[in-house]
Design a protein around this ligand. Structure first.
Ligand code: ADP
Length: 198
């Protein structure tokens, strides 16, 4: 088996860009866990944990969970054994404060993010996709008003993080429109030269 450096990746894109789906496939291709903060919050809400109770209303309104809570959760998760050999974060960082926290956390271990995949999509197409998903899955947080609000939160709070990673030279932009397979292949092609796979 060839030994490769652990891959530490992020995937970023507006709600409905297909991040979750692509994250799963990409993590599998690299043999690393896909860690979705949204999934972790939903799981906690479903199980009625203390954390779940704290974030239920916030997530339902399409607001962001406070950085303090989210950062602690991610620190805990990426400190677990299965993330020692790399990880793919989906839905985190989502604010400049989270970027700062994550950067410091990794730096303390002599680590850094290798690449940030930015899924570029058409906003109208994305909103349509989310409305369809809300109908199919009955995701209670996906009313039209909340969907639009989440797009605004993305534009205001999350999009600015892309500039930080661009400056660091780690941003990889990928066209997110097309079939799941097409987009997955584009992501792998774009990462190939930069982040070796085992
Ligand atoms: P989507 O798939 O629509 O982009 P996610 O499943 O990633 O949304 O997240 C669902 C909700 O969980 C978000 O709307 C937000 O309220 C909360 N959340 C997820 N990740 C974060 C984060 N990094 N910081 C703050 N809140 C978050």
């Amino acid at each position: 088996m060839t030994q490769t450096a652990p891959a530490r990746l992020l995937i970023v894109g507006p709600p409905g860009a297909g991040k979750g789906t692509q994250a799963t496939g990409l993590a599998e291709a690299y043999g690393i866990p896909a860690i979705s903060t949204g999934d972790i919050f939903r799981e906690n809400i479903k199980n009625g944990t203390e954390l779940g109770k704290k974030v239920q209303e916030i997530t339902a309104a399409g607001e962001l969970v406070p950085d303090s809570l989210t950062n602690e959760l991610v620190q805990d998760r990426i400190g677990q054994d299965d993330a020692k050999g790399g990880f793919l974060l989906d839905g985190y960082p989502r604010t400049l404060g989270q970027v700062e926290f994550l950067t410091g956390l990794l730096e303390a271990e002599g680590q850094a993010i290798d690449a940030v995949v930015q899924l570029e999509v058409d906003t109208d197409a994305v909103v349509a996709r989310l409305l369809k998903r809300a109908q199919e899955l009955g995701r209670v947080d996906d009313t039209e008003e909340v969907i639009r609000h989440r797009q605004d939160v993305y534009a205001n709070e999350t999009a600015p993080i892309l500039g930080v990673y661009e400056q660091r030279g780690s941003l990889v932009k990928v066209d997110g429109m097309g079939s799941v397979e097409e987009v997955a292949q584009r992501i792998l092609d774009a990462l190939e030269a930069r982040v070796p796979r085992a």
